[in-house]
Design a protein around this ligand. Structure first.
Ligand SMILES: [Zn+2]
Length: 115
């Protein structure tokens, strides 16, 4: 699972199916992510210090990661991500459709560097 905070994703299921947006946060333990403007719900809040008026608060609900597809920034397609090592041993994510790098996920390591 290679979706990370800040990624652009396409929503594959639910009321916001087909929409594209940015990942706000990822909960790896739950396998879910919050996506900007996607799956908005109303949370009813009681009056409190933080919410003196109480009422309905609109916010994003977590979306199952399997219902999200990474959108490649270089080819613009919804794609799967792979992981590979670059020549200097840096681990990076890459687009499986155009094989463009999608940013590094681990610092360079000699053991993985090309010989
Ligand atoms: Zn691509």
């Amino acid at each position: 699972m290679y979706i990370r905070t800040g990624d652009t994703v396409r929503v594959l299921a639910g009321v916001d199916r087909g929409k594209q947006s940015r990942v706000i946060s990822v909960d790896r333990a739950a396998g879910k992510a919050l996506v900007e403007g996607i799956a908005r719900i109303y949370k009813h809040v009681r009056r409190s210090q933080k919410h003196p008026q109480g009422g309905r608060l609109s916010k994003e609900a977590p979306v199952q990661l399997s219902n999200l597809a990474y959108v490649c920034s270089s080819c613009g397609k919804a794609t799967r991500l792979g992981a590979r090592f670059t020549a200097d041993g840096t681990k990076e994510r890459y687009c499986k459709k155009c094989s463009a790098s999608a940013g590094e996920i681990a610092p360079p390591k000699k053991a993985h560097a090309a010989k």
